[in-house]
Design a protein around this ligand. Structure first.
Ligand SMILES: Cc1cc2nc3c(=O)[nH]c(=O)nc-3n(C[C@H](O)[C@H](O)[C@H](O)COP(=O)(O)OP(=O)(O)OC[C@H]3O[C@@H](n4cnc5c(N)ncnc54)[C@H](O)[C@@H]3O)c2cc1C
Length: 499
């Protein structure tokens, strides 16, 4: 069998990164992708002259000199003109209490703004700001330098040394979900603000890390959106000689004598190769494509018990306004809990695509609301086309009413509406229960080794967000890199990033 060939399942970020590193290292690869285009959950689609970016919000490591910038160069996405450093993370608005907090890179300003609304919580605020500062400028991908299979005790020692200043944040009070940590806060407004900087149930350190990255100028928006980012990755892969086939779903991974030797496609056709990498949904890979034959107790437990990243509804509106004075992100406390859409909270991040020309026709803008939602009710509802459509319509009307609290009369300027549900995410990317970032970021998940190989199966590798809880652009790229590092190790090659 030709050992220098590899089949990759999925052309999401991880699949494309795997393909790029594999091609650089001299393997001949072929990606099979179920969707009609690359990107996976970093998805973009067109509606009535508008481009809806349903993917990546911000890009870390985009600037030369920042940790992880090398990845941008290796993967062909180092395009300085496309990145716009984020000077504001978001504006938090509670229209009923008439509160507005801008979260900018200036942490002293943040501290005084928060103390103005919550004077009795000064001590908490001081600790929170100190925590953010501790995370400024660090290389948090140091723990992902190598796949777990190749990580030796001295690698762990080196990594722990590099993060020694923030080590204490990964345990104790800072490892608990932020909505538990905030129980000691006296001000309800501050409590809600802190909980909605990211998601209410992520660990405290995750929020500190995110704001540490942001406040050190390590986060950008991309002017041409996820579409431009994915296009650049795909071009890099193709320019290295990689092959990709879209609209082709892999149904089965073919094994012989406990070695992966190829895949069977939906139409029954078989494609053989020396190695197989799955960069698609983790559960489907292990239990469907491989029939659950290569699992151990840890893998079973992970898929049975670990909570998934919450799924979302994305309501996008094409509006005949320009929003020149608004920031790109407003986190709105909706005065009413939206009764439809199986919504889990009444805080809603509102993404305003006013930072690029390609999202809408001149003089118009896409405004998008992301709502944490549940999988089961949408999945059930989807069986009844009419009920599903009506639920989406009701939800988009109610969300629009909430937006009217920030922009009165907005509904009159809306000329396009699009609603994507958890079911849409699943249909488009096959991610289990529409969980668009894999497993939730919990203390257990973060502290568990997830191998890029399966027990008892040779010539097979796992890449993608299901192997790095919480997903994310850089971590998923790293899983692709890991898969190729292991391929090299197993086939006696020295891994390189130089093409
Ligand atoms: C709205 C949104 C905002 C986000 N914001 C950010 C952000 O700001 N910063 C950040 O770092 N991350 C962000 N993320 C997360 C990040 O985009 C994802 O974690 C990452 O893109 C996941 O990539 P992946 O390749 O692992 O998985 P996927 O994107 O799920 O790709 C898997 C691919 O495999 C294909 N596939 C699956 N099964 C098969 C099969 N059997 N046969 C053929 N093909 C198959 C799927 O169609 C899909 O294309 C965001 C995600 C979303 C949705």
């Amino acid at each position: 069998m030709k050992e220098k060939t590899a089949i990759i399942i999925g052309a999401g970020l991880a699949g494309l990164a795997t393909g790029i590193y594999a091609q650089i290292n001299g393997y001949k690869t072929h990606i099979f992708e179920h969707a009609p285009r690359p990107g996976g959950v970093a998805a973009t689609w067109k509606r009535h002259g508008y481009t809806i970016d349903g993917g990546i919000h911000f890009y870390m490591g985009f600037k030369p000199g920042q940790p992880m910038h090398a990845l941008y160069q290796e993967l062909g996405i180092d395009q300085p003109d496309q990145y716009q450093e984020m000077d504001i993370y978001g504006r938090f608005v509670d229209p009923i209490k008439n509160i507005r907090i801008d979260l900018t890179q200036d942490l002293n300003r943040l501290s005084s703004d928060l103390k103005a609304i919550a004077p009795d919580d000064s001590a908490f605020i001081d600790r929170f700001i100190i925590g953010i500062k501790a995370f400024k400028g660090g290389n948090f991908m140091a723990s992902m330098a190598k796949p777990p299979e190749l990580t030796r005790p001295w690698d762990i020692g080196k990594m722990l040394w590099s993060i020694r200043k923030i080590l204490r944040y990964y345990s104790g009070a800072y490892a608990q979900p932020i909505n538990r940590h905030t129980q000691t806060i006296k001000s309800q407004t501050l409590k809600e603000f802190i909980e909605h900087i990211f998601l209410p149930d992520v660990p405290v350190w995750f929020v500190l890390f995110t704001l540490g990255m942001f406040s050190s100028g390590n986060m950008a928006l991309r002017r041409d959106g996820s579409a431009g980012f994915v296009r650049a990755l795909e071009q890099r892969y193709l320019s290295l000689g990689g092959q990709v086939t879209y609209r082709t779903r892999v149904e089965k991974i073919i094994t012989r004598k406990d070695r992966a030797v190829g895949v069977e496609l939906k139409d029954g056709e078989k494609e053989l190769a020396g190695m197989v990498v799955s960069a698609g949904d983790g559960h489907a890979t292990v239990f469907d494509l491989l029939g659950g034959r290569y699992v151990d107790a840890n893998i079973k437990k992970r898929y049975q018990e670990w909570p998934l990243f919450p799924s979302v509804v994305l309501a996008s509106y094409g509006v005949t306004r320009t929003f020149d004075k608004d920031p790109w992100n407003i986190v709105l406390k909706s005065p009413t809990l939206i009764p439809t859409g199986f919504m889990m909270d009444n805080w809603m991040p509102v993404r305003i695509f006013n930072y690029g020309d390609g999202f809408s026709p001149p003089g118009k803008t896409v405004v998008q609301v992301m709502i944490s939602s549940q999988w089961d009710p949408w999945h059930t509802l989807r069986r009844n086309e009419d009920a599903y459509r009506k639920e989406k319509e009701a939800l988009s009307r109610q969300v629009l009413e909430s937006l009217g609290h920030i922009w009165p009369g907005l509904d009159k300027d809306v000329e396009m509406t699009d609603v994507a549900t958890p079911h849409t995410w699943w249909r488009y990317t096959l991610n289990r229960k529409g969980a668009f970032e894999g497993f939730a970021v919990t203390h257990t998940a973060i502290n568990t080794k997830i191998y890029r190989t399966l027990p008892g199966l040779d010539n097979f590798y796992l890449a993608g967000q299901w192997n790095t809880p919480g997903g994310g652009v850089l971590p998923t790229f790293m899983t692709g890199r890991h898969a190729v590092m292991l391929m090299c190790k197993h086939t006696g090659r020295k891994f390189t990033t130089v093409s």
